[in-house]
Ligand binder design. Structure first.
Ligand code: AOF
Ligand code: ZN
Length: 365
């Protein structure tokens, strides 16, 4: 039964997706006499933690009950008082935890306090699922740099556009809807200037059934070539646009962008481009915990080469278009020898009608 209640807690945690960044997704379930008497989740950044919401929502006295929670309860005074205090004060008998909190403010202290108050603690229940639930939080809290997902859609013959550059659409509408779900979950979306010049995308979230939060838009534009009338700059949105550039951009262009409320990040020039590692650190220091990298192929290769990508989400559509000069998802100079190929692990497959989606994690040394 332990895993059944933890599964429910994970399900609840997901309700906070897109609203809690850069804090974790957390769900909690309170069980007494083999039935659920309270449920809660972390619903928005700065709001009550999952454990507190589960206590508040309980339909009967929680004394002597068991709490199932996806992440170790906190022991620090942050935006809210420590959850371990509330658990102790409410006479909860047992706490079942999915994952120990890597946050140095907590990291084992929550468990220790519960135990020293005579509460039985069980850890690592559905730990892998709880890690996956919080893959963004785990990377961000330990490195202070964002979790990066590289996403692309290609034809069966490995192209992202025809030889004359037409790309609408490669993946089907169901796959594209899934991409909007990913955009909603992540705090930012990044593209290279080539994509802005070619497609003039909006880079916002469009979901029919729920209000999608727009991610922060980041344009990597080494020489400041972005047109002042591009959609990413002029669009009405709940979030801001950042242009990452270098000293190679004209000063008056940067001033004009700032006048349009665009935030500018200037990085050193690295191999004639924006220094991506510097950029990632700078974005992390601004509280950006995740990036969806949506192309183009040049920026995608640079990102892989600089080893800033954590996860790849690739859609393959059963269409064939040919053309030796038609672009492929990853451009740049490429790798010379197969032994140096970038490997993915923990691969999973999903289908969206006739499209196949492959997800995997970049193998890090
Ligand atoms: C959450 N939601 O349900 C739990 C969290 O900034 P604060 O004060 O809200 O504290 C955030 C930290 O609290 C977070 O990094 C994690 O270590 C711990 N637990 N956080 O946002 C929750 N249970
Ligand atoms: Zn807490």
């Amino acid at each position: 039964m332990e895993s059944v209640y933890m599964k429910r807690a994970i399900e609840l945690a997901k309700k906070g997706e897109g609203h809690v960044s850069p804090n974790p997704l957390v769900g909690a379930v309170i069980v007494k006499n083999e039935s659920i008497i309270g449920e809660g989740y972390h619903g928005f950044y700065g709001g009550d933690h999952a454990e507190i919401n589960a206590l508040k929502n309980s339909t009967e006295s929680v004394e002597g009950s068991t709490m199932y929670v996806t992440l170790e309860p906190c022991s620090h005074f942050g935006k809210t008082p420590p959850c371990v205090n509330a658990i102790v004060e409410n006479n909860i008998k047992k706490v079942v935890i999915g994952l120990k909190d890597p946050n140095l403010l907590v990291s084992g202290r929550g468990i220790q306090i519960l135990k020293s108050n005579g509460i039985e603690v069980v850890t690592s229940v559905l730990e892998d699922e709880c890690k996956k639930l919080n893959e963004i939080f785990l990377k961000y809290i330990t490195t202070k740099t964002p979790f990066v997902i590289l996403k692309y859609a290609m034809t069966l013959d490995g192209k992202i556009a025809t030889h004359i550059g037409d790309s609408k659409w490669i993946s089907n509408s169901l796959s594209r809807k899934h991409v909007h779900e990913i955009r909603h979950k992540l705090s930012s979306i990044m593209v290279g200037i080539g994509t802005v010049l070619k497609d003039n995308p909006s880079l916002n979230t469009r979901l029919e059934d729920k209000e999608g939060l727009d991610p922060i838009r980041i344009i990597v534009d080494t020489k400041g070539r972005i047109p002042l009338d591009s959609k990413v700059i002029n669009l009405k949105s709940s979030s801001r646009t950042i242009v990452a550039t270098t000293e190679l951009a004209p000063k008056d262009k940067l001033k004009a962008l700032e006048d349009k409320d665009v935030e500018i990040i200037i990085t050193p020039v690295k191999d004639s481009y924006v220094d991506l590692i510097y950029l990632l650190k700078s974005l992390g220091s601004k509280g950006i915990d995740s990036i969806l990298l949506e192309g183009g192929s040049e920026l995608s290769f640079s990102a892989l080469q600089e080893n800033i990508v954590d996860k790849v989400v690739a859609f393959i559509s059963p269409k064939i278009i040919g053309g030796s000069s038609a672009k492929t998802p990853i451009g740049g100079t490429g790798i010379e020898f197969m032994k140096d190929a970038i490997n993915l692990n923990n691969i999973s497959l999903k289908t969206f009608n006739e499209d196949i989606m492959i997800e995997g994690y970049i193998e890090k040394e």
